[in-house]
Design a protein around this ligand. Structure first.
Ligand code: ATP
Ligand code: MG
Length: 435
């Protein structure tokens, strides 16, 4: 490791932050950095990337171009990233010239889905049953063992892309080919009651803070909405926070770590996946929390005091995918923004494509339920066709039942009928299933 990466000096406003990746996460991180007085340089393969508008310098190069990563680092005081698919050679090359946070070791574990899941299992963190497959035959054998499964390409998938669902082994050849005949992670399909995430910010010193969990809803593998606080049983909230902090510490993470969880219908809390960067499910933190995830990343990588993570107003966000612009009826921004406490975020991407994240809407409210209801109402006004397609036209989902009690399917978790995670243990029964 170069001496530069070991440095733990404070990087004060006026300095330049380099961001590997210029998508919307880089753009919003860059905006936070700029409002704190930093300059921002970005590297991205797309010359018209979303972050270009806020960067004083944009290097156009693939994430495998180690020379370009070194060039970015040479002009910066610290380098961070907004996407995990940066080659190890690029991360190492950048680290010769500036501290890179998070570091190459943690990113290397996370950027390969199989390596990541194996690391979690080996460290005693709760995950669903999984196998590795490197051929149609081994994919079929895995599904025979696991039952209904999801095969995920080990590299490059996001927003549900690079995934194939299999009911049984008869679909193995088609699934293998649809994933491009590439090595994959095969996961047993989980009966999910609720999806949630937790976000940790950690400094070089090991000091860390954990945001309250966010409750998340996906449609066809893509995040639709998120709300904070998650309105889940206290045992689930504290187990998620403790797990996320333990994972960030075990990885030696500096910066942000988002941990996605499944709460199963039988009350187990399983880690779905990790992200070493800002996360779509915390876009509401910009309004709901005392410190947004983007400012927090800047603070963590610059070794500044971490910001207060408390929820100052319950908040919600709903994603705006390219589909919103592709319906016969164009999005009605003016009508949508008539919803109380609504805010529109657009990422400045040129071309709307189905499934492409173009922006999001956010709202706050007196309660999580009110914030979520407002966000969904705003979305319905913006694009009734998209709301219909995403199944968001009915009454908003109830986070709690009318009398204030938690929904029935979650009550078992609070009663202790289903024990939450209690820390790594050699005899963890979940681990017997792990391939
Ligand atoms: P994103 O970029 O939105 O995080 P991704 O492409 O990284 O998504 P995953 O998080 O692995 O993919 O999966 C997307 C969604 O698909 C999950 O949030 C969940 O709704 C569903 N899903 C993934 N794995 C499983 C599983 N093993 N069992 C049941 N559902 C799953
Ligand atoms: Mg995910």
């Amino acid at each position: 490791m170069s001496p530069v990466t070991e440095g733990s000096r404070v990087i004060l406003p006026g300095a330049t932050i380099g961001i590997l990746g210029g998508g919307q996460l880089g753009r919003m991180t860059g905006m936070a950095a700029r409002h704190m007085g930093y300059d921002v340089h970005v590297l991205d393969p797309d010359p018209n990337c979303a972050a270009r508008a806020i960067a004083s310098r944009t290097i156009t190069a693939p994430f495998t171009d180690a020379n370009a990563a070194a060039e970015l680092a040479r002009s910066c005081d610290v380098v961070t990233l907004e996407i995990e698919q940066i080659s190890r050679a690029s991360l190492d090359a950048a680290a010769e010239f500036a501290p890179v946070h998070p570091g190459a070791d943690a990113v290397y574990i996370i950027q390969d889905r199989l390596r990541q899941k194996s690391w979690l299992a080996d460290h005693g963190f709760p995950v669903g049953a999984f196998r590795a497959a490197d051929s149609a035959a081994s994919l079929g054998a895995a599904v025979t063992e696991l039952g209904p499964s999801i095969a995920k390409a080990v590299h490059g998938g996001y927003d549900g892309r690079g995934q194939a669902r299999l009911a049984d082994a008869s679909g193995a050849t088609d699934a293998w080919e649809s994933l491009g005949a590439r090595p994959c992670l095969v996961e047993q399909r989980i009966d999910i009651a609720v999806e949630l995430s937790a976000l940790v910010a950690r400094r070089v010193s090991g000091e860390h803070v954990v945001y309250a969990p966010s409750r998340n809803h996906h449609t066809n593998g893509i995040l639709t909405w998120s709300v904070i606080p998650a309105e889940l049983p206290g045992s689930v909230v504290s187990a998620a926070e403790q797990l996320a902090a333990a994972i960030a510490t075990a990885l030696g993470m500096v910066g942000l770590l988002a941990v996605e969880f499944f709460l199963t219908t039988d009350g187990r809390l399983l880690v779905n996946e990790l992200a070493p960067r800002p996360h779509n499910t915390y876009h509401h933190s910009e309004r709901a929390c005392a410190t947004s995830q983007f400012e927090q990343l800047v603070r963590a990588v610059c070794n500044l005091p971490l910001g207060d993570v408390r929820v100052i107003a319950p908040g919600a966000m709903v994603n705006l995918l390219g589909d919103v612009w592709l319906h016969a009826t164009p999005p009605d921004m003016e009508f949508a923004l008539g919803v109380s406490a609504s805010r529109l975020h657009l990422y400045g991407k040129g071309e709307a494509r189905p499934g492409r994240k173009m922006g999001h809407l956010s709202t706050v409210g007196d309660t999580a339920q009110e914030a979520l209801s407002r966000a969904l109402a705003c979305f319905r006004r913006l694009s009734p066709d998209s709301a219909l397609a995403a199944g968001l036209c009915g009454p908003p989902p109830m986070l709690r039942s009318a009398d204030g009690a938690l929904l029935a399917e979650l009550a078992a978790v609070d009663r202790g009928d289903a024990a939450p995670w209690r820390g790594p243990a050699d005899s963890d029964p979940d681990r017997e299933d792990v391939g």
